[in-house]
Design a protein around this ligand. Sequence first.
Ligand SMILES: [Zn+2]
Length: 473
Amino acid sequence: MQEIVQKLIGPFGGAVTVGADGAIAVPKPAALAAPATDQLADAAVFGAAAWRDAARWLLWEIGQAVGVRPASIHDLYMARGQGKAHGFTVPAINIRGMAYDSARALFRAAVKRQAGAFICEIARSEMSYTDQRPAEYVSVLLAAALREGFRGPLFVQGDHFQANAKKYAADPEGEIGAIKALITEAVAAGFYNIDIDTSTLVDLKQPTLDTQQRVNYDRAAELTAVIREEEPDGVTVSVGAEIGEVGGKNSTLEDQHAFMDGYVKALKGRGASLVGVSKISVQTGTSHGGVVLPDGSIAEVKLDLEVLKKLSEDARKRYGMAGAVQHGASTLPPEAFVRFPEVEAAEIHLATAFQSLLFDHEATPAAFKAKIYDWLRENAAGERKSGETDEQFFYKTRKKALGPFKKDFWSLPEAVRGALGEALEDQFSFLFEALKVGHSTELVARYVKAPVLRRAGPAAAMAAAPDDADAGE
Ligand SMILES: [Zn+2]
């Protein structure tokens, strides 16, 4: 293993060293912003097991050494709950396709805009269809951050750690057990922000709001306790819960109270000192991916910002949380984004627009796209609904090609990747400005401590927890 580590750091030409005790040092950090880091990222994803594990360990240790450390945003969110910080909305960005180049674009934008308050996330479902387990995802983000000279806490989030309602009905403990296994895997990998999503278990047929939300809050409390058990010393994982399934009916203040009052009590029952959620995901009119019309364009969304404002304020004043979280936001029109900080939304989740850019940008080779669409015609045929146009079918299903075509995306010609990276960087820059997280590095430094968490030697990859391609994102 020592030999593999030596070979992997060779291209850094002495900028990265291994001490006699096996500890990594980085005497020349500026040398990390070079192609040698690309090779490390490649090995961390596509390398044979021993190389992959060594590369992942190296990226983690280099990050620890130079100050790019996976961290929890919890303390910043608590400060916001206490009114000490306001006027911004944290973007949580789902990096799906062409992950390394996409993340590089994100960190480039962050460095230029001095943004620190942003999150990289991936949902349970996305891990499956984009073929990115937590350990790989963290490694790719670390490599991209180092490559672009980003420094500061790295907020990596598990999005929609979601219970599948059908599977839960058939085998409740089995389905919750699968989420627990995913929590264990993700926290071990460096996910110190997790959005639990048991909102799929809300039962609107129940007579009272409390009984409607009961399974949701009981299970959310149970999973919070698991996270507290798994988190490393010195880290309080930022945990989010969800009250209204995204795409379903709009959330109300009464729903939020029913959930939170039940959750707080249920969590107390599991341990008086357990720390609860830092934010709450609500439904105010968006849907994941947007609604695509027959001509391929996206339907206009009726986003209820007044509801978002009201729920956010209530979350802060009554429960001391950062506020409410809005999902499915990336397909909104550009002018919508400035409204989120105005209504003091704590966080918004953005995914589909970046994926759409990868497929639809003029730089994406037509033959490459055709190859993927041929694959979808064959392999996603079961998802075709009658009356659906080709545009609707491909828009809806093309995310499923990101895993099978992962290597192809990563291997696109440099000119193509460069053009896509630039376009993504523009989008990220726009979002940072609109959401008022430009110049947020100081704010993050004031409230977030990212303790050093060194890892002993390259460990064998953990057994992967089952994922669920049908869960939301
Ligand atoms: Zn979502």
